[in-house]
Design a protein around this ligand. Sequence first.
Ligand code: TYC
Length: 134
Amino acid sequence: MAALATFATMAKDHEGNRLHGRSRDGSAGGNDNRDGGIVTERRTKEQTKTKKPPLYKCILLNDDYTPMEFVVEILKQIFYKPHAEATRIMLHVHQNGMGVAGVYPYEIAETKVRTVEELARESQYPLKCVLEKE
Ligand code: TYC
């Protein structure tokens, strides 16, 4: 019995986290009670392998032809901005030449840029949207 307890104490999981022998309920995370009453529990915090992806700003550019209402609709429908914020961003772009519509991981940002320019082209507006790494 002592030998079994020692084994449980020394056991490591596939990430090298030490598993610890225990004889209580098993309510804590990472437990496995298939071992005749010995319950194991992680002592160390589980390592997170996922890194945050680099983020990219979708920047709307001003032009003289795209209607303000069209830009507001783009901000609402593609960038999920509420009406008041969409209007504020549109006016910022109109007055300052450019402005951030949203910030996303690369593939999402790239897809939004394509969608914006596709919708603009369909309506024959010159609206441009570009990416900038944060
Ligand atoms: N400047 C445009 C106008 O006066 C409006 C506009 C705003 C266009 C933002 C593009 O990204 C833009 N109709």
